[in-house]
Design a protein around this ligand. Sequence first.
Ligand code: SF4
Ligand code: SF4
Length: 265
Amino acid sequence: MKGVIFDSKEFTVHDGPGIRTTVFFKGCPLRCLWCHNPEGLSPEPQLMVSQNGCLHCEACRQPCSHPQCQPYGRCILACPKGLLQIAGKTVEAKELARELLKQREFFEISGGGVTLSGGEPLMQPDFLCELLDELHPVHRIVETCGYAAPEIFARILGRCDAIYLDIKHPDEEMHMRVTGKSNRLILENLHQLQDSNLPYVIRVPLIPGINDTREILEKIILLVSKNRGNLEKIDFMPYNPFAQAKYEMVDIPFLYEKPRDNDLS
Ligand code: SF4
Ligand code: SF4
C-alpha cells in the first residue's frame, strides 16, 4: 500500500513518551486558520518555493527534462540557491516501516516509538493501517484531528497503542468558522475513543482570539471529563507564530490574524 508523507523527524521528544520518530502524513480535511503545516494540507506532493534570497535569474523557469520536475512546470534542480523543493513523497508502507524499525533499539531503550501525525493520518486509512501493523510491536501513537468516519476511527483504535486527539473548539458554529468543518464527527470519535479504554491524550492548541479564554477551555475540559475513559492528560499547546513564511512558499493565503483585543468577531 502506498501513501504520501511530507516529513519524518527523528529523535522527537514532544510527540509522546521516550525518543520517537514522527512521520507526517500529507493531506488534512480541516483548514484551521492558524495551521502551522500548510504544506501538509493538500494530499498531493506540491512545489514549495522559498521567497527568501531569490536572484530572479529565471533559471527555474527554463524547460528541463528531469522527470521529477515535469508535474510542477519549474525546474527544481536549476536554482543556484536551492530555493525550490517538493513537499511530499510517495512511499510504500512496508518500506517505510522497514526504515523506521532500524531505530527500534533507541525506541526500546528510551520507552519511545513512532508517532504518526500530519496533516491528518486518517485521511490515508489503508496506508496507515498497514504501517501500524508493520510497526508492531514498536509503541505506536496516532496523532489526529479526529475528523474521520467512525468506522475508520475504529480501525485505527484497534491497531495503535495510544491516540493523541486535538480538540480545537467546543462550539460547533465556531469550530466550523475557524477550521472549515463541524466538530460533531470529532466529538463522536472522542466518545468512541473514551469507550475503547485505549490510552489517549487530548491536545488543545491555544490560539489567541479563538479559544484562549478560561470559559472555552473549561468547556473543553468538561467535554472530556464527562467520560474520561483512559485519559492520560490534556496538553495545552502554545500557538506557533512562525507559520506565515511557509504559506508564502506553498502560495496559500494566511488568513489568521492574531487579535489585539482578544476578540475575533
Ligand atoms: S532559479 Fe532560484 S534564484 Fe533563480 S528565479 Fe528561480 S527561485 Fe529565484
Ligand atoms: S488539523 Fe492540524 S494539520 Fe489540519 S488544518 Fe488543522 S492544524 Fe493544520
